[in-house]
Write a protein that binds this ligand. Structure first.
Ligand code: MF3
Ligand code: CO
Ligand code: CO
Length: 266
């Protein structure tokens, strides 16, 4: 396992990449309404990234071992889709929830962030799931400081999710990030306090819990990418890219439209 420690110059560039990724979500927010298709979201964001920001959409043609190249510029995961939903002709309708996951490359560095969006009014369950997942992400983020362990992050997330009657997806996790999209370490969204490697200043990784309203089991669709809940229950996800600072953490994926940090009091 090789964990890269970022220096001041890397960090400057990662702040820029992180802000740009977040600004794509700000840009698309007013369009995420009933009747838009997920491929229209992809097209609008793709053009914004390439033409306005001069960023590279990292998902496009991304092909980790054992996968066919990813065909679009972002992921749209709707309702029972957990992650890596491929944009297509699906029309979003009132009551749907959708995760939009953006990864840009700027000046060789990646910024990776996702948010949940409501199409019209969400059901009480959908809202509770999205809010709880947001809070799970923040419970994880506030565990980030030198001397804490990866298991502290996972445990905080799992505890909060399960206390609310929801389950944590195990097959996908957060990841180190920098010049490489997915690098060490893996950031599990479950675990035990004190377990796993110790956090060190200069590490950068994502925290991106996927939380299911029903059971945690997953199913992969035949497109080779889209991951859904086996029991067809709703699933939600939020993601930020986080730097370990000497005092604690810095969220790198911030922009004007970033939802307010939520400070868990426990
Ligand atoms: N952005 C996703 C993540 O958070 C990865 C998407 S890879 C893709 O790690 F190929 F599906 F786009
Ligand atoms: Co990620
Ligand atoms: Co992502």
């Amino acid at each position: 396992m090789t964990i890269t420690i970022k220096n001041e110059d890397d960090i400057k560039k990662m702040r820029i990449a992180g802000q740009l990724a977040s600004e794509v979500l700000d840009f698309i927010t007013p369009f995420v309404k009933p009747e838009i298709t997920t491929e229209e979201i992809d097209r609008l964001c793709h053009n914004f990234m390439v033409d306005e920001q001069k960023t590279i959409p990292a998902p496009l043609n991304y092909a980790p071992p054992g996968h066919t190249p990813y065909p679009k510029s972002l992921c749209t995961s709707v309702n029972n889709q957990i992650c890596h939903g491929i944009p297509g002709p699906k029309i979003l309708k009132k009551g749907d929830i959708v995760n939009i996951d953006i990864t840009v490359i700027k000046d060789g560095y990646h910024g990776d962030t996702s948010r949940m969006f409501y199409i019209g009014e969400p059901s009480i369950l959908a809202k509770r799931l999205c809010d709880t997942t947001y809070q799970c992400m923040w419970h994880g983020i506030t565990q980030v400081k030198p001397g804490n362990h990866l298991g502290d992050i996972g445990h905080a997330i799992q505890n909060y999710a399960e206390d609310h009657g929801f389950s944590v997806v195990r097959e996908f996790c957060g990841h180190g990030i920098g010049k490489v999209f997915h690098e060490d370490p893996q950031i599990l969204h479950y675990g035990n306090p004190g377990e796993g490697i110790e956090l060190k200043e200069g590490m950068v990784f994502t925290i991106e819990p996927m939380i299911n309203a029903g059971k945690r089991d997953i199913k992969m669709l035949s497109d080779g990418w889209t991951v859904v809940t086996k029991d067809r229950s709703l699933s939600a996800q939020w993601e930020h890219t986080i730097l370990v600072t000497n005092e604690g953490f810095e969220v790198l994926t911030v922009s004007e439209g970033t939802p307010k940090p939520w400070n868990p009091t426990k």
